[in-house]
Write a protein that binds this ligand. Structure first.
Ligand code: APR
Ligand code: MG
Length: 280
């Protein structure tokens, strides 16, 4: 069984990654996030992930669309909407997958992201595309910068050539196997999210509740991971911190009567901002 399994009891695991903002800092200090997704009909997913990155403190956030590019995000004109074909990954953290789709262009843009030397958060259809091609999975394992994978159980099963039932029957084993195979940090989502590292280190998250069982909350988690990476958090701290904060924000919202019924991902990302600011 696993060499070490830790319970993420308090945010102690990642508090040393949190830096108070220095007075002389500027947006360049807090990094850049590009969220790659936004196939036609799936604009919401990329916007939710990008808004989460914005509200979690990334210095600059871009939303890159594989499909039709909206002129701007009406709720957050701070977000820069770009075509995936013209986006420059430069020095960004890349969050790929929310609403990406699995079209040929989507695959091409994902490949371009995998060919950079930038830190990656891979979610949703980025994971599904990788699961369909052993060569892409091998590229992930060779990636020169940190990679965080955020599968739900079915996405994890596709990556492992297994079934969601098998993954759920031994979640620790599944997360650890996937982390080794992909040489990446794996966030196996669902009640009691597991975070696994290629060296076998595992963490179990105690925060979160069924209010999170609604479309878009996974996109928020992916954007949050990206923002923490962009602000210089080490990858393990970014992954565990994002998972803990995401669940904790949902717990606070439920305590205050905003769930468990009807909590939205948009409300969640506002609460994530509040909880993150309580820690800095
Ligand atoms: N307890 C705690 N956390 C939960 C619970 C629960 N009962 N249910 C869900 N969550 C959390 C998960 O841990 C995860 O962080 O909510 C989030 C759900 O993420 P996803 O399953 O990715 O859901 P979603 O945001 O709707 O994904 C959007 O992308 O992955 C695809 O097929 C998916 O079309 C969907 C889209
Ligand atoms: Mg999802």
């Amino acid at each position: 069984f696993p060499p070490t399994t830790m319970q993420l009891s308090a945010p102690t695991l990642f508090t040393n990654a949190i830096r108070r903002r220095s007075q002389a800092s500027h947006k360049g200090t807090y990094g850049e996030v590009v969220v790659l997704g936004g196939g036609d009909g799936m604009t919401g997913a990329v916007l939710l992930a990008a808004r989460a990155a914005l509200l979690a403190g990334a210095g600059k956030t871009f939303a890159a669309f594989v499909g039709t590019v909206p002129s701007h995000d009406a709720l957050h004109p701070e977000l820069m909407c770009r075509s995936a074909a013209t986006v420059d990954y430069g020095t960004s953290v890349i969050v790929a997958g929310p609403g990406l789709g699995q079209s040929d262009p989507a695959r091409g843009h994902l490949l371009q992201a995998l060919n950079t030397d930038r830190p990656l958060v891979l979610d949703a259809d980025a994971l599904n595309l990788i699961a369909a091609e052993p060569d892409l999975k091998a590229r992930v394992a060779r990636h020169p910068a940190p990679v965080i994978l955020t599968p739900h159980p079915l996405e994890a099963a596709r990556l492992m050539g297994s079934t969601a039932g098998t993954v759920q029957a031994d979640r620790l084993h599944a997360a650890m196997t996937l982390a080794r195979d992909c040489n990446a940090i794996v966030v196996l989502k669902g009640s009691g999210t597991i975070i696994a590292r290629p060296d076998g280190q595992l963490a179990i998250n105690p925060t979160g509740n069924p209010a999170l069982a609604s479309g878009g909350t996974g996109d928020v988690l992916a954007g949050l991971c990206g923002a923490l990476l962009a602000q210089g958090w080490p990858a393990w701290e970014a992954a565990t911190g994002a998972v803990w904060l995401h669940g904790h924000a949902a717990d606070v919202l439920v305590k205050n009567g905003h769930g468990p019924v009807g909590l939205t991902a948009s409300e969640l990302l506002l609460q994530v901002r509040r909880e993150l600011n309580r820690l800095v």
